[in-house]
Structure formats: structure tokens, C-alpha cells
Design a binder for this molecule. Structure first.
Ligand code: PAN
Ligand code: ZN
Length: 189
């Protein structure tokens, strides 16, 4: 049999980065249109330099059910009209696939929602493991003053469904006003 070869990668835990990632995705403010409540504030931010909102570093593995994809996700600090910087968020394209996150650096939350509209969140902090069960969409939100860095791992065949979140959003928004974090429900479902 032609086996895939084992491999290792190095993380710098003090900086919260993966050394020499094969894939490095960078999402700037301009790729976040439609995700924040205050569209005008986002446009002002884009015009003022289009800052990075988050980055993902990965070592790709085959898209097969027995494989595990893993990497480092870094969400930067900041707000858009009071709403904390966040990732787009997604369901897995194969919806009955779970994911494990481990907080490495920084503070924030992983917001999770079901297709019926239930929305729950778990706190991110260094050393905190968060389990995302099958069927829950997930979005990282940075409520702190430094980059929020996490390690994640999920099944190789899971894929990503961003379209449903672009249409539905999340029923809870995370704001920071006067240094205080607030969870605001935007609708009952
Ligand atoms: C993570 C996320 C990463 C970026 O690797 O993909 O945090 O967030 P978006 O994919 O929502 O832009 C993951 O959950 N993978 O399944
Ligand atoms: Zn995921």
C-alpha cells in the first residue's frame, strides 16, 4: 500500500503562530462585508486602510473522512461600530462533523448556532478546549486587546458552508462598549 507519510509541524506557543505553514489565508475588513451590523462603520474601516481581521495557517491534508485537518486561527483585536472583530463563521459542508478548538493566546468567545437558531458560546482563553458538536455553526470573536489565537482540528472531509451564515447571520452579536463586553440578541431565532 502507498501510505501517506507522517509529518510534524512546529508551533511557537509564545507568539501563537505555526512555523512555515503551507497555506496562509488572510481575511481583511473588505472580505467581511455583510457580516457586521454597522455596514457604514465597516466601509470607513476599509477606507482607512482595510485592516486584517483574521488569519488561518494550515498544513493541508487530503479531504478524506479518516483524515484530520488542523491549523492555527488568529483573530485580531478591534471593533466595527462597537462589534468585536470576528471570523465569518460557517457550518461544515458535511454537517454532522465536529471540531475541537484549543485556546493558545488572547481572550474571546466561540459563538455556536444550530440551523433552528439556538445560539450558545464558550469562552476562549489559553488552555481552554472547546468542543463544537456536529451540526453547530461556529464563529470566533476577539473581545480582548491582543490577538486571539487558537489551534483547531476537524475531519478531513468536513468542508465549509459559508453561504447559510451569509444569509442567516448569527442571532447574537458581541459588542464592546467602554471596555465592557455585551452579548446582544438580534432576533429570537
Ligand atoms: C477554522 C476556521 C477559521 C476561520 O479553521 O475556518 O477559524 O474561520 P472561517 O472559516 O469561518 O472564516 C474552522 O472552523 N475550520 O473548520
Ligand atoms: Zn469549522
Amino acid at each position: 500500500m502507498d501510505y501517506m507519510k507522517p509529518f510534524g509541524v512546529d508551533l511557537d506557543l509564545s507568539k501563537g503562530v505555526m512555523k512555515n505553514p503551507a497555506t496562509h489565508i488572510v481575511r481583511q475588513a473588505s472580505s467581511m462585508r455583510g457580516h457586521y451590523a454597522d455596514a457604514a462603520a465597516l466601509e470607513r474601516l476599509i477606507a482607512a486602510g482595510d485592516p486584517v481581521h483574521y488569519e488561518v495557517a494550515e498544513q493541508p491534508v487530503p479531504d478524506a473522512p479518516g483524515q484530520m485537518r488542523f491549523g492555527i486561527s488568529t483573530t485580531l483585536p478591534g471593533t466595527v461600530g462597537g462589534e468585536c472583530f470576528m471570523t465569518k463563521g460557517h457550518y461544515h459542508a458535511v454537517p454532522d462533523t465536529a471540531e475541537v478548538y484549543v485556546g493558545l493566546r488572547g481572550q474571546g468567545y466561540l459563538l455556536m448556532k444550530t440551523v433552528e437558531g439556538e445560539c450558545l458560546w464558550e469562552e476562549f482563553r489559553p488552555g481552554r478546549v472547546i468542543y463544537v458538536p456536529p451540526f453547530w455553526a461556529h464563529r470566533t470573536v476577539n473581545t480582548g486587546e491582543e490577538p486571539l489565537v487558537s489551534f483547531y482540528v476537524y475531519p478531513g472531509n468536513a468542508g465549509h458552508n459559508y453561504g447559510d451564515i451569509e444569509k442567516q447571520g448569527f442571532p447574537v452579536r458581541v459588542l464592546k462598549r467602554g471596555g465592557k463586553v455585551e452579548f446582544v440578541k438580534t432576533r429570537s431565532k
